[in-house]
Design a protein around this ligand. Structure first.
Ligand code: IDP
Ligand code: MG
Length: 140
């Protein structure tokens, strides 16, 4: 499998509980490299744009409010099959359904406050990385 990059976000529920390092350890222990990272406090417009694909979903307004409720850490993860590997490390959207040992099983508070975002395809990963990072900020 080829080396890939994927966009990860450590969400406000996790930054609030000071879990950035523990979440990052999960990525590194699974063989993903953090090749870019920054801490941001998203504006409403930024969160709405990032989650634009979910605009029609019932949870959209709450999701945006949650994502701007505190700082996030946005990052680019690199490794073999990074998109699928990160989805595995994260676990299912609903922590109640997430496999043991996954980030969401270990740390998530709810289906909304589920600690991490990860791109779901190579195509979306490229768009999401470009949303937050300039090429010069990514150091493989
Ligand atoms: P994913 O993050 O596992 O890819 P998506 O379906 O893309 O899940 O949903 C994006 C985010 O929206 C989730 O991570 C979660 O924070 C929130 N979300 C998804 N489904 C629900 C729901 O049923 N209620 C509340 N929030 C939800
Ligand atoms: Mg998704």
């Amino acid at each position: 499998m080829a080396t890939e990059r994927t966009l990860s976000i450590i969400k406000p529920d996790a930054t609030r509980r000071n879990l950035t390092g523990k979440v990052n350890a999960c990525f590194e222990e699974a063989g993903l490299r953090i090749v870019a990272q920054k801490r941001l406090h998203l504006t409403q417009a930024q969160a709405e744009a990032f989650y634009g694909v979910h605009r029609e979903r019932g949870f959209f307004k709450d999701l945006v409010a949650f994502m701007i409720s505190g700082p996030v850490v946005v990052q680019v993860l690199e490794g073999e099959g990074a998109v699928a590997k990160n989805r595995e490390i994260m676990g299912a959207t609903d922590p109640a359904k997430a496999a043991p040992g996954t980030i969401r099983k270990l740390f998530a508070e709810s289906i909304e406050a589920n600690s991490v975002h990860g791109s779901d395809s190579a195509e979306n990963a490229a768009a999401e990385i470009a949303f937050f990072f300039a090429g010069i900020e990514i150091v493989g």
